[in-house]
Design a protein around this ligand. Structure first.
Ligand code: MN
Ligand code: MN
Length: 458
């Protein structure tokens, strides 16, 4: 029998009790996901849930003792949940779980609003790796913040509540697509045509000279009434168009979930729930909700900044341990998704080395592209440690590569954590249609990831 056929199927292995747990865990996840469409949303809801579990704000320089639970939020976007254990942290290190909570989407430009032939539109700038054609003709919600002069912050969340209006990017009708149909997928929709409809009703009270902008004028007026903002405030804003609507079960058996932002909330949520269930563990653990992964982890909230080094060093110092010794004995799971084998596109997968839906937590020794470039290639010794942790707890897991060697590739935050001397390995869920407005994961893999993270915190 081929080794590849020894893969387990989580649903098949699960008894009645575990099957129930799988389905009930998914309900909590969908709830979280529906509220966590941007990194700011995720940071906010994570902060609320952590507070309910006894996490209080972390202060650099404070002393931590076993049982202390702290949260550090970086610029409202990146979250570090810190749980102090009773063990010798310099010797045993910190168990770090790092997922990201930003997802591909369309950000508004600094001067987004304009009017063309009686329609008001928002100019967008795509964030992360998207296939542009997928973002047309779907309902979009607007999430984000605007700062008014003087610094007052206004939060926007339009399009996800029942009865809210949505935003919408048009595509050509097939009748006039003769030329477009001949273009490649990557070229058929241009970034500068990803402009979202914002309104169509003209403001009747504008001066004659402003008539060309009467629809835009009404849109600004409505925003002013609701939020107190003016057009200039767009320059001090972060507004994101994200797919509108809630996570939905897929299929007669409801084993799959379709939703926006599985990448990477489907890893962020399990690391959080696992940490919340690990109060009794003697280990010191840190769960990270990172920002900017989808654009290369740069910037002050990305993992390619000093913040990860500073926080880990500070936690070590807070526990009276040497920071270098602590980092060098720590272990990190870079919790991020991988491609699930898609039977519709077998040509890009190498089936012996793919990860499969329902195959459980997907461990990846390396990611990267073009011959293992730009990857943390975890030493075999680190993979062996993870195997013992997962097998020891009876977690169902699999391992593989993203796809065929020269088909493309991708990266995660793993390399940025390994830069600072922390043993790191990638583990996450297999996803279908990754980076599409609505992606697919399995409820069984999701629950197995929770069990994997729990074993890791033990
Ligand atoms: Mn990801
Ligand atoms: Mn991604």
């Amino acid at each position: 029998m081929d080794y590849e056929y020894k893969r387990k199927n989580v649903f098949k292995e699960a008894d009645e009790k575990k099957t129930e747990e799988i389905f009930s865990y998914a309900e909590g996840y969908k709830d979280f996901l529906n509220k966590a469409k941007t990194e700011r949303d995720a940071a906010e809801i994570c902060g609320k849930l952590a507070a309910e579990k006894g996490y209080t704000p972390y202060t650099f320089g404070e002393k931590l003792k076993a049982g202390d639970k702290r949260i550090y939020v970086n610029h409202d976007k990146t979250v570090f949940l810190i749980k102090a254990g009773s063990g010798d942290v310099a010797k045993e290190g910190i168990r770090i779980m790092g997922a990201h909570v930003d997802s591909p989407r369309l950000d508004l430009k600094p001067h987004p609003l304009y009017e063309a032939q009686g329609l008001a539109m928002f100019k967008t700038h795509y964030y992360g790796g998207i296939k542009k054609y997928q973002w047309t003709t779907i309902p979009l919600a607007l999430h984000g913040v605007i700062y008014k002069k003087g610094g007052e912050r206004v939060d926007l969340n339009v399009g996800d509540d029942e009865g809210d209006p949505v935003f919408y990017i048009t595509d050509l009708l097939p009748h006039l697509s003769a030329e477009q149909n001949g273009l490649t997928l990557g070229k058929a929709i241009k970034a500068e045509s990803l402009n979202a409809l914002v309104g169509c009703i003209p403001d009747k009270n504008v001066d004659e000279k402003d008539e060309k902008n009467a629809v835009k004028s009404l849109a600004l007026k409505l925003m002013h009434e609701k939020y107190g903002t003016c057009e200039e405030d767009f320059t001090c804003a972060e507004l994101c168009l994200v797919p509108a609507g809630k996570a939905r079960d897929v299929g007669f058996d409801r084993g799959l979930i379709s939703a926006y932002a599985h990448d990477d909330i489907c890893c962020a949520y399990p690391e959080m729930t696992a940490l919340f269930e690990s109060d009794a563990s003697p280990r010191t653990c840190v769960a990270i909700f990172a920002d900017k992964e989808e654009v290369g982890s740069d910037g002050i909230t990305g993992m390619n900044s000093r913040v990860i080094l500073d926080v880990i060093n500070a936690v070590a110092a807070s526990m009276g341990a040497d920071p270098v010794a602590t980092r060098y004995s720590s272990l990190c799971v870079s919790a991020d998704v991988t491609a699930g084998y898609d039977p519709n596109y077998p040509e890009v997968f190498e089936k012996r080395n793919s990860c499969y839906i329902n195959g459980g937590a997907a461990v990846q020794k390396y990611t990267g592209s073009a011959g293992k470039r730009a990857t943390n290639d975890a030493p075999a010794e680190v993979v062996a440690k993870i195997r013992d942790i997962l097998d020891g707890a009876g977690v169902i897991w699999q391992t593989g590569e993203l796809g065929k060697v020269d088909a493309g590739g991708g990266g995660t935050i793993a390399k940025f954590i390994s830069y600072i001397g922390i043993e790191t390995i990638d583990m996450g869920l297999p996803v279908l249609s990754m980076h599409a407005p609505y992606e697919i994961i399995s409820k069984a893999d999701l629950y197995e990831m929770h069990l994997a993270m729990k074993a890791f915190c033990k």
